[in-house]
Every structure is written in structure tokens, then in C-alpha cells.
Design a protein. Structure first.
Length: 623
């Protein structure tokens, strides 16, 4: 659906620009012309002036603060004497000297302004003010035809039906449940009588909820494309301005425009920009711009009649817990549609959609790619295909190969390779043992993902090496043993450094942070503590906003806080000991794989699979 043609430049802006240009020209003339066309008086040193006065050569003098003009006595007497000028200095004896030598002296008379100077002085300043005022107001109001009055007009982009760029449900993949829910909206817009004849009422507002990049905006456009109705698109931040009342005015104008083109769809992206809860969203008093905008939106959603003017409001947000409850009550946004990250079949469908316009080699297996990318949103998968196509073009290939897609996955997960970051031999050795330690522990612990690659080639901002672990299936629940296994895997690198070198480095800082966070969630969120019991000590997400600051933990006593810290420490230390036991039990294999990694820098594929198959877990390490 192509966007409507932009309006022509309004006449008010053209007039304002012409006035500004003319005013600038007159101002330059006022500054430059007097100096160019006025009489040029020769300048002489002050000492020469005093000498001429003493010699009786000066007839009269006009003294000012910045200049002394004087006229010499005529020689011969029939002619007019020459007029000269000099710059005065502080000289209290000058009046006496002039009197003694018979020189007439007075103050310099004020300059006489001609008709041009009067015009420049009285007409041009107001003209400049009007021109600048008109210019900036037209710019600040987005160039609207009504100048300053257009600041309260809606800035929504209007999409109309078109065959070239029309978005339909066929262009949206991986969100089948959401498409099914929205299909009812499409049917109502196409044939409202089917619902109204039996007394049914379509929801006035539908809220699309989901993580960033899952396709909420694309779904809204697809609904408008399927129904072939106008589509008003605007971001929530475009309602909010410095001046109180502008946002509410834009909301009114938006709904007035929509009613004129009904049936139609209004889509408000990032609704939380104006829809935050008035209790905890930072509103103070009743004169806040965002609060007035929210109140106007609530009023408009109550006001229009869906029977006569079919206007459906779609909105999207990835933070529904921050929205005001009044928005979510029946009669407003009374239906919420979850647009979640896709599962395996959804990722495969998304890859097929984005791969249609890309030349793929015969070795590309989209299903294998979908299997290796759990947790990727639709935008992530689109970026993945594009990155693979860029890599193929950079390498001079005519089609995308499987290795291009594998490299693209690593770029998304771990970052770009930094081959220019050269490590010395000792650092390289430490990194090699560190990464092999992760791989060996992850190979036997439950809950760890499959180890696909070990590399000591630096990637990203700070990673000197990495162990690539990719899940083999979608997981939604994890057991306590699996979480402990993940913590032990994270500590495998530090444990390998302790065993081989007898010391530790700063390379495990990120691993320690992640392990500690996971252990704390086990205790405070998941209730996996035998000492503290099945209690939640972490604030729920819906209550985590208080004046804009996070409050992650409930108010607890000192004894409870100490108990939480002790439980977290015990979990991490237990996992650390398991990692040490596994690596001690497989010390020879640790040396073998690390030596090979130092030679090749990368181990992957069947070679890595054969090596990790030799890992043996000590008795009692997995429990």
C-alpha cells in the first residue's frame, strides 16, 4: 500500500522565504552602502593635527568621542580649505590649545538620515521579525498549510490500497495464531453486516503484544491490506510535545480524519509512549502532557460509534505491563493478541518468505537453519538471510552457500571476527584451555546446548575466543538439574584455568556474572531453594516500575537477605566443584583438544563431535 503523495510547499512558506531573502538584502545594503557611497575623509595622525594647530593652519574643528574632523585654512584664500580627520586621544589641554591659536571648535553634529536610511530604520526591522517568525513557525509545524495552527494536526502516515506494495497475510509468516485472531477483524471490515445482524460487536481496539522484531507492525499492515481499507500509521511518541495540549489535539485530529475515511484502521506503534499507567508512569498532577494525551485517547475510543463509522484501532507494544488499566478494559483495547517468537515451523516459514528473493545454493537446508536458530524473531531471521547474501557477494559467489549462513549465524550470536586483534602466545594458550573447559563440561552436563564450534579467533567487542552452543530443539521449561548444568558449563572456563595454570584471569568475568544471575533467579524467582522454600523474593514485572526505577527484590529482612546470598553462593560453588571434577577426570582429553585448538584455531563439525564423545563424567558429578 503506497503512501499518499506529499502535499506541495504551502504558499505561506514561500512568502516567508521571500520576505526573509528581501530583508537580508536590505540589511546588507544598510551595512555596506553607507561605507561604500559616503564621503571618504583622509585620516592623519593626531600628532600632525596638534602640529597644524600650533602652526595656525587649522580654521575650525569638530570634536567627537571617536573622531576629530577639522578644516585647514584655505591657501590661496579664495579656495575652500581641506577637511581632514584624526582619532582623538585623552588630552585635557586640547581646548586651551585651540583657543590660543584662534581655532573654532564644536561637537560633531549628528548625521542627517536620508529617505533611504529612514526606510531601512523603520520598515526593515519589523519585516525581518515577521519573516523569521513565519519561517520558523512553518518549519516547526512540519510545513503545514495552516502554519502555526497545524502544530496540533495529526502526523499519521496514510496508506491506501495499491497492488504494487500491498502487504497481505501471505507476506507474514511464523505467527499463525495471531493471523487467525486478526482474520476476524478483516472479515468485519469487509462484511460488517455478517456480525451486526445478530447483535455482535467487533472489538474497538486490538493490542498486539510481543517482543521487538516479531512482526507486530507488519501484521497491522497486513490486516489493512487484506481488508483493502485506508491505514493510518503513527508512533506513540509523535503525540507527545513540549506544549501541554498538543498531543490531545493530535489525537482528536487523527480520529476526525479516520472517521471521514471509515471503514479504516488506525495503527499506533509503541503505545507505551503515551499509555503508561498514571499511577506509576511518572505523571504528577493533572496538567501533564502525556496524561492529557492518554485521557483524550480514552475519550476518543469511547466516543466513536462502530456501527456507523467502522474505525478499528490497532496498537503495538512490547511492554504491556506498563500500560494504564483504563486502556485495557472492555470497550477499548479489549482484545490482546500475542505475537511471540516463532517456533521451529514458524522460523522455517519465515526463512522461506525472506529467501524467495535470494539466490540459494543447492546445499542450503532451511530446515537445518531453523533448527539452529531457536529464540530468533522474524527480524533476526530476515537479518540473517541478508547477512548471508552479503557474505556470498563479498566472497564472489553467485548463490548463497550453507557456509555463508553458518557464518551469518555466528555473526549474529557472537559478533564479527577480529583477526587484527593479535594475542601473545601465553594469552592464546589461556584462551584455548578456557574455551575447551566450557566445551568439555557442556558436553556432559544436562541442560547445556550442543557444542557446535570452539574457536580462539577473537569476535565482537571483548570476546577473545568462544564456544558456540546451539540448542537442538525449542525448550520452554528447564529443571533444577538443567539450570545447575548451565551454571557449571559457564564456570568450566575458569575451572580449566585453575587446573592447568594454577591461577585465574579476568577472562571469566562475563561467565561469573551470568552464572551468579542465574543462581539468584533460581533462589528468588523459581523457588528452587530447600532452605528458603517455594517463595518468590523478586518483584513481579508488573510492579517493577516505581518512578521509572527498577526495584528487583522485595523488601526482606536482613536475615532473609543473608540467607538468599548464602544460597546463591552455595549453588555457584557446588556447580564450580562439579566443573572441576569433570575436567580433572578428563585432564588428558583437555590437553589433547587444547593442543589441537592452538594448532588450528577452530575445531568444529565431525572432528569436534568425535573428540567430545570421549568425555566421561565422574561418578556422582551429574545428579
Amino acid at each position: 500500500m503506497p503512501i499518499k503523495d506529499q502535499p506541495k510547499v504551502p504558499r505561506s512558506r514561500v512568502i516567508g522565504n521571500i520576505l526573509l531573502l528581501v530583508s537580508s538584502l536590505f540589511l546588507l545594503a544598510n551595512i555596506l552602502l553607507p561605507g561604500l557611497l559616503g564621503p571618504q575623509i583622509p585620516q592623519v595622525p593626531y600628532s600632525l593635527f596638534i602640529h597644524q594647530v600650533s602652526e595656525g593652519e587649522v580654521a575650525r574643528a569638530y570634536i567627537g568621542q571617536e573622531q576629530i574632523r577639522y578644516q585647514l585654512k584655505p591657501v590661496p584664500p579664495a579656495e575652500e580649505g581641506q577637511i581632514l580627520a584624526t582619532t582623538p586621544i585623552f588630552d585635557l589641554k586640547l581646548p586651551s590649545l585651540l583657543e590660543e591659536n584662534g581655532v573654532e571648535f564644536a561637537a560633531i553634529p549628528p548625521p542627517r538620515n536620508g529617505w533611504l536610511s529612514n526606510i531601512l530604520g523603520w520598515v526593515i526591522p519589523p519585516l525581518i521579525f515577521v519573516a523569521i517568525w513565519q519561517f520558523f513557525l512553518s518549519r516547526g509545524a512540519g510545513g503545514g498549510s495552516q502554519g502555526v495552527l497545524s502544530i496540533g494536526k495529526s502526523r499519521a502516515k496514510v496508506y491506501v490500497e495499491g497492488d504494487e506494495n500491498k502487504v497481505t497475510f501471505a507476506d507474514v509468516a511464523g505467527v499463525e495464531e495471531a493471523k487467525t485472531e486478526l482474520q476476524e477483524i478483516v472479515e468485519f471490515l469487509k462484511n460488517p453486516r455478517k456480525f451486526t445482524q445478530i447483535g455482535a460487536r467487533i472489538p474497538k481496539g486490538v493490542l498486539l503484544v510481543g517482543p521487538p522484531g516479531t512482526g507486530k507492525t507488519l501484521l497491522a499492515k497486513a490486516v489493512a491490506g487484506e481488508a483493502s481499507v485506508p491505514f493510518f500509521s503513527i508512533s506513540g511518541s509523535e503525540f507527545v510535545e513540549l506544549f501541554v495540549g498538543v498531543g490531545s489535539s493530535r489525537v482528536r485530529d487523527l480520529f476526525e480524519q479516520a472517521k471521514k475515511q471509515a471503514p479504516c484502521i488506525i495503527f499506533i506503534d509503541e503505545l507505551d509512549a503515551i499509555g503508561k499507567s498514571r499511577a506509576t508512569g511518572g505523571f504528577y498532577g493533572g496538567n501533564d502532557e502525556r496524561e492529557q494525551t492518554l485521557n483524550q485517547l480514552l475519550t476518543e475510543m469511547d466516543g466513536f460509534n462502530a456501527g456507523d463509522q467502522t474505525v478499528i484501532v490497532l496498537a503495538a507494544t512490547n511492554r504491556p505491563e506498563t500500560l494504564d488499566p483504563a486502556l485495557l478494559r472492555p470497550g477499548r483495547f479489549d482484545r490482546q493478541v500475542l505475537v511471540d517468537r516463532p517456533d521451529l515451523q514458524g522460523r522455517l516459514a519465515i526463512l522461506e518468505v525472506h529467501a524467495k528473493d535470494v539466490k540459494l545454493g543447492p546445499d542450503v537446508d532451511l530446515k537445518a537453519i531453523a533448527t539452529r536458530t531457536p529464540g530468533f524473531a522474524g527480524a533476526d531471521l530476515a537479518n540473517l538471510i541478508n547477512e548471508a547474501a552479503l557474505l556470498a557477494a563479498r566472497n564472489g559467489r553467485e548463490a548463497v552457500a550453507q557456509e555463508d549462513i553458518a557464518e551469518a549465524i555466528e555473526r549474529v550470536v557472537a559478533g564479527l571476527e577480529k583477526k587484527s586483534r593479535v594475542l601473545n602466545d601465553q594469552e592464546k594458550k589461556i584462551v584455548a584451555y578456557h574455551e575447551v573447559g566450557h566445551a568439555l563440561v557442556g558436553a556432559v552436563m544436562p541442560g547445556s546446548n550442543k557444542v557446535e564450534k570452539i574457536s580462539i579467533v577473537p569476535r565482537g567487542m571483548a570476546a577473545l575466543g568462544y564456544t558456540l552452543q546451539l540448542p537442538t530443539e525449542d525448550r520452554f521449561l528447564l529443571s533444577e538439574a538443567e539450570l545447575l548444568g548451565q551454571i557449571a558449563t559457564l564456570l568450566g572456563g575458569r575451572s580449566a584455568e585453575e587446573i592447568v595454570f594454577g591461577s585465574i584471569t579476568t577472562g571469566a568475568s562475563n561467565d561469573l556474572q551470568r552464572a551468579t544471575d542465574l543462581a539468584e533467579r533460581m533462589v528468588t524467582t523459581y523457588g528452587m531453594s530447600k532452605v528458603l522454600g517455594p517463595l518468590a523474593y523478586q518483584q513481579g514485572q508488573q510492579n517493577s516500575f516505581l518512578g521509572g526505577e527498577m526495584n528487583p527484590r522485595r523488601m526482606v529482612s536482613e536475615q532473609t537477605a543473608e540467607a538468599i546470598d548464602k544460597e546463591v553462593k552455595d549453588i555457584v560453588e557446588t556447580a564450580h566443584q562439579k566443573a572441576l571434577d569433570i575436567l580433572q577426570h578428563n585432564r588428558d582429553l583437555l590437553e589433547t583438544i587444547a593442543t589441537k585448538l592452538l594448532e588450528t584455531e577452530v575445531i568444529e563439525g565431525e572432528t569436534l563431535k568425535d573428540l567430545l564423545s570421549q568425555v566421561k563424567a565422574p561418578e556422582g558429578a551429574i545428579a
